[in-house]
Design a protein around this ligand. Structure first.
Ligand code: MBD
Ligand code: FE
Length: 280
């Protein structure tokens, strides 16, 4: 019987790769775009080789590493940690409403549907500081969006995500909350821990070879949507938390940092955050 502490890079990588492939609908773009983008990416690599006089040993190390990324199933992790934040920046640069952030590799569609005042699925002995995450969804003119949906997923108090580490209930700390008639939601959960990129896979190998740190700050993932409006994918962080100023995935924005306050009963924290959706 495995527990979350038995998580391996290869098993979580395989699960993330399968999830991505199951999403289907492999996208494509025009021949002209592929020609331009592929040519410029390859030229950028040539430029680095020339400027830094990359050796055959280094070229072989890169080849071995790229092979390992695939073998470990870590392409989703690698791309979402080091590349996705710029794709997100470009995709949402003209949005008027709330800021978004990267989705990352651990979203799973189809989480249990929950009412506006909800507790996320969790173990009876779930560890971590209790958190009430509440807010309201409106449009850019300030009108309430009744029936908005807030899909939420996050790591547990040890930094593990259900369905990507063994021993966790399938939908632990995942839910799809329907807001009330004023677009409000009140979600009871626990505060996640910071997330450490697995050390035993290709991404961990790159991090240690480069002397980087492997951490993302603690975060809540959300997808907020309402009929007639653009879906926002975002992450919310905790002010003052470790790595908020130093996220390996470069996905923190000032607008996404929560200011939790101690709850009246002293049993945890309350964080209030509103979402503003652009029309679709
Ligand atoms: C995560 O939890 C995450 O959110 C991202 C973007 C990358 C790796 C792990
Ligand atoms: Fe995450």
């Amino acid at each position: 019987q495995l527990s979350e502490y038995d998580a391996t890079a290869a098993a979580s990588g395989a699960a993330a790769t399968k999830r991505f492939q199951d999403k289907g609908g492999a996208a494509s773009t025009s021949t002209e775009r592929v020609d331009m983008l592929a040519t410029e990416v390859v030229e950028a690599v040539h430029d680095v080789i020339r400027r830094h006089k990359v050796t055959y040993e280094e070229y072989d190390a890169l080849k071995a590493w790229l092979i390992q990324v695939g073998a470990d199933g870590e392409w989703p992790l690698f791309l979402d940690v080091w590349i996705e934040h710029v794709v997100e920046e470009v995709a949402n640069e003209n949005r008027e409403g709330s800021k978004g952030s990267i989705e990352g590799p651990y979203y799973v569609p189809g989480a249990p549907e929950l009412p506006a005042d909800a507790t996320l699925p969790m173990r009876d002995d779930e560890q971590g500081t209790p958190l009430l995450f509440q807010g309201q969804v409106t449009d850019v003119s300030g009108a309430e969006l009744p029936g908005a949906t807030i899909e939420i997923w996050h790591a547990d108090d040890h930094g593990f995500y259900s369905q990507y580490a063994p021993g966790l209930p399938e939908w632990n700390l995942r839910g799809a909350v329907t807001a009330d008639e004023h677009g409000r939601f009140r979600i009871t959960t626990i505060q996640p821990a910071p997330y450490e990129i697995p050390k035993d896979g290709a991404c961990g190998k790159l991090i240690s070879a480069a002397g980087w740190h492997a951490w993302r700050p603690a975060h809540l993932h959300v997808k907020v949507s309402a009929p007639g409006h653009q879906l926002i994918t975002a992450q919310l962080y905790f002010r003052g938390g470790d790595y908020v100023d130093n996220d390996i995935a470069q996905a923190v924005k000032p607008e996404l940092i929560l200011d939790p306050v101690a709850s009246a009963d002293g049993g945890g924290n309350v964080a209030t955050h509103d979402f503003v959706l652009d029309p679709s």
